[in-house]
Design a protein around this ligand. Structure first.
Ligand code: HEC
Ligand SMILES: [Cu+2]
Length: 484
């Protein structure tokens, strides 16, 4: 009898002890999110703006597979103005990633074979060298995979961090990754994804045609366009985001920069809640929230009355003159008790919905029986190739960028050996070279060009900016190709 009693006691005590231990480990898990146990694997849903993937809800932490492809493509900045965007997932901003704290994110970054440049990704949600940038540097036609544990909840920016970093960001290489807390964010009725960015073009705002990136203006922070979601009018007219009276709207707002801080404001609304800087701190009853370049905020408000609410960067010339203007259209019953005035719809004229076009990647020439073009024709066609293919790195006047891209203007290296130069354009180049006394040790990716295009562009380069005026023939390009 006595021994039975003592056994009972023992069991009781040990039960109590294990109970305590469990409690302790649970608490620890909250303190140290690195210890959150993962259960199962799932593929991440990725969305283009202004949409976001489904909330994580109460799912357990998992291994989350994210597959993202970098695509360089021509798109529309505003009516009549084209721009070559570099994108994560085909959109600016890039695909929205939604994960939860404790997830082990396995990230695969692919660089489309038709792209011209190497890229990588730096995610502010990552704890690790370069935010992943060091593990994700990837050349066209290749992919890289790396993993990270999502340790801190919040809304984070991701961006490309390949040199020249400012240029990659300025061309649209940024997006948002949301790390939800355990149990998810509180439920709301509507969620949208908005990201501001500033753009720098050779021509002034509105100047027609394909506008190349302007490094000088970017360094001066003299933006031609400041826009939401990559272009003027991405959120106006038919592209406006919508809600119904009585609903709560949550906006995930990011700022890719590269330069300007956003004074984010919705005309006619007060933000009931703002997760300041995308973190845990919640401010209430906010009129305008400041979103730094490379930062974000979660903004929430209930819409009580119908009408069109204008989203702006309240640095107001940017809104009305440079494009940072969007619309939220709220439909439903009027509530005269809350707002009795004349409803003013459409007082701010939208620019109209412009359509993003896919690049024509199949513009390859047939090389059979090539008749050598006249020099004049080669210079015209060669310039065209240059502006589309080489310009991003070697710059408009072939001046290059110090420490990153060697000059083609008056380049001793170029002028010394035509065959070697043709080989570089055909095959790409890595390893140290010295151009005009300066050392470069970088990567020029292989360019996807036909022999005719190589002859044209090389002839253009040799006949520009003080070079030695070599006329590069298709035959010599062929010879270099076949000698390898
Ligand atoms: C991704 C950016 C990039 C693009 C696009 C690019 N280059 Fe280059 N280029 C480089 C880099 C980087 C080097 C130096 C490579 C090294 O350090 O080994 C280089 C080197 C060269 C050189 C030899 C060095 C010199 O300055 O004379 C030539 C010639 C050249 N590129 C021509 C071109 C032409 C023509 C095009 C367009 C068809 C082009 N490149 C497109 C990045 C680029
Ligand atoms: Cu990039």
């Amino acid at each position: 009898m006595n021994s039975l009693k003592s056994i009972c006691l023992l069991i009781l005590v040990s039960l109590l002890l294990t109970n305590c231990k469990n409690k302790e480990s649970k608490e620890l898990a909250i303190l140290d999110t690195a210890d959150i146990y993962i259960k199962g694997t799932m593929e991440a849903e990725l969305t283009a703006p202004p949409f976001v993937p489904a909330p994580v809800g109460d799912r357990t932490a998992k291994k989350l597979l994210v597959n993202m492809e970098i695509i360089e493509k021509e798109g529309t900045m505003t009516d009549g103005v084209q721009y070559v965007y570099w994108t994560f997932g085909g959109s600016v901003p890039g695909s929205f990633i939604r994960t939860r704290v404790g997830d082990l994110v396995e990230f695969t970054l692919s660089n489309h074979p038709d792209n011209k440049l190497p890229h990588n990704i730096d995610m502010h949600a990552v704890t690790g060298p370069g935010g992943g940038a060091e593990s994700s540097f990837v050349a066209p036609g290749h992919s890289k995979t790396f993993s990270f544990k999502a340790l801190n909840p919040g809304l984070y920016v991701y961006h490309c961090a390949t040199a020249p970093v400012g240029m990659h960001i300025a061309n649209g290489m940024y997006g948002l990754i949301l790390v939800e807390p355990a149990g998810g964010l509180p439920k709301v009725d509507k969620e949208y994804y908005i990201m501001q960015g500033d753009f720098y073009t050779k021509g002034a705002n509105g100047e027609k045609g394909l506008q190349p990136f302007d490094m000088t203006k970017a360094i001066k922070e003299d933006a031609d366009y400041v826009v939401f979601n990559g272009k003027v009018g991405a959120l106006t007219g038919d592209n406006a985001i919508t809600a119904n009276v009585g609903e709560t709207v949550r906006l995930f707002v990011g700022n890719g920069g590269p330069n300007l801080t956003s004074s984010f404001h919705v005309i006619g609304e007060i933000f009931d809640k703002v997760n300041v800087e995308g973190g845990d701190l919640i401010n209430t009853n906010v009129q305008t929230t400041s979103i730094p370049s490379g930062g974000a905020a979660i903004v929430e408000f209930k819409v009580e009355v119908p009408g069109t609410f204008i989203l702006v960067d309240h640095a107001i010339f940017r809104a009305f003159n440079k494009g940072a203007l969007g619309m939220l259209k709220v439909t439903g019953e009027e509530n005269k008790k809350l707002y009795s005035g004349v409803k003013q719809e459409g007082i701010y004229h939208p620019e109209g919905g412009t359509i993003q076009t896919m690049p024509d990647t199949n513009k390859k020439e047939v090389v059979a029986n090539v008749v050598e073009k006249t020099l004049a024709q080669k210079l015209v066609d060669g310039k065209n190739v240059y502006m589309k293919t080489c310009f991003a790195c070697h710059q408009s006047e072939g001046q290059g960028i110090p420490n990153a891209f060697p000059p083609l203007a008056k380049s001793d290296y170029l002028n010394a050996d035509v065959k070697r130069a043709i080989g570089i354009v055909l095959n790409g180049k890595t390893g140290e070279i010295t151009v005009n006394g300066n050392k470069y040790n970088s990567v020029m990716t292989k360019q996807t060009l036909t022999d005719v295009q190589v002859a044209d562009v090389m002839t253009y380069v040799y006949n520009s900016w003080g070079n030695n005026k070599t006329n590069v023939t298709v035959k010599s390009v062929n010879e270099v190709k076949n000698s390898n």
